[in-house]
Design a protein around this ligand. Sequence first.
Ligand SMILES: [Zn+2]
Length: 486
Amino acid sequence: MLLARPSIEPNECLVSYLIRISEKNGFKHIGHLLRHAGLAWKNNRVPVHQILTGEFDLTVYLLQLGLTSCSSKIEPIFHSFQHVIDTPYLLVKYPKVCPDCIEEFGFCRFEWSLLPYLACVRHGKLLIDMHSGTGKRLNWYRRYLNKFDDDTDVTNSLSNIVPSEAIKLSQYIEALLNGRNGVTCPEILQGLELRESLSIIHFIAHYRSRLLGGSFQPLSMANSELAQHYQYVWAMLENWPDAYFKFLNQYLENPMSNKGVGGLHKHFRDLYESLHRQNENKGIARVKVEFDHYIENYWPSVLESKRITRIQLTIRERNVVSKKEAAKILNCHPDRVDKLVQQQKLTPRVFEGKKHYSREQVEGLAIQISSNWTMDEACEALQLTRYQLKQLLDAGILHTLQRPDTFNRDWVIDKLQCQELIACLCQKARKRTSPLGALSLASMQRRGYSIVRLVLAMQAEHIEFGYSHDVDHPLSCKQFTDFAFK
Ligand SMILES: [Zn+2]
């Protein structure tokens, strides 16, 4: 029987509770306490991890010690982490504590045993899991709740600056554990369960470590090191998806291998496959949505729209261009690019705080402009005066792709439609010889037939006309002659 039998606190970590009982009753560590209670594990070891997860039932041992049994609060959370698509990293390997809390409340909170719980939200300090002088880890077999093995006190180091992201992450986790009342978090995490959020966090941390040439091994990391990783990820989530795009963009500078594009392929393919595999996880699915956006926007045509199996990046050329590059492709002044945006002919994509343009769209526009007519080119081809051309355009008989307005001075005349109109009139031209007394174009105009009225009458076949082919000007309106009223 024990001398002191403290009862467990509502938010107390079960293993730390054992340390507390052990300390109060003068045991060397929890292994000795549980051996006293009848647990016969080799070398006085204790199934710490299984106690934390709730897999190991302590009830019988606690009863043996004269303590009322208690349930682990972490158990239901752990059970939601059983699915293979979730992150395997939830619980710490080594304990971490807030010495101020132990001093003030006398026990360790169970959320401290969660890997992403980095800082005490009450005291605004990073949790301690390592001796700042010796580098030795705090462990579950320590004699005193608030002391390292060498009997030095666990204290907060003054130099330990807490990143605000670490506090926010801990607040977020605490809110989730307490039934998600008033969870403030980045938008991308809203409505997700802890396991789903943590999957996102670990997914990004893993790929970032790979980008930097290392690997992400959260279980063996000290809390302060882990905080740096989580801090980065949290900041990315707060600036989602721009920061994520920026992150993906770093692959361009750091291909996975010295094979260049080959390494780049591997990066994206790997990321993609990983995202695809874990698509059932709601958190990962949200990352995938933005990954797909990124690929569509910056590497279009590498994904087959319906059946996406593998990413094949075949071009090194960037698929987004800056304003300057766009102006160069369009052979115009950069200001003109802004005007094309106002005309909704170009869609800017904001990326890294700057506007970018799709190369495909810019090139498409350049082709459209160069393959159609300016006013002068149309006059020359159709053999019309500027005045006549303008009349046909105003009447809607000839089509424009662009009219001068506040955004631009130039006309872009639809060449194809002009060609079709001339071809159509050619078909309507009479096949037999012209009747006597047929009139010329000029005579028709003298009789009150403006070019508009004339073309409308020709189209409607209200008048007859002949056609004489002009080899040099195959689209010339002057090819139509010998007008006659029906
Ligand atoms: Zn604290």
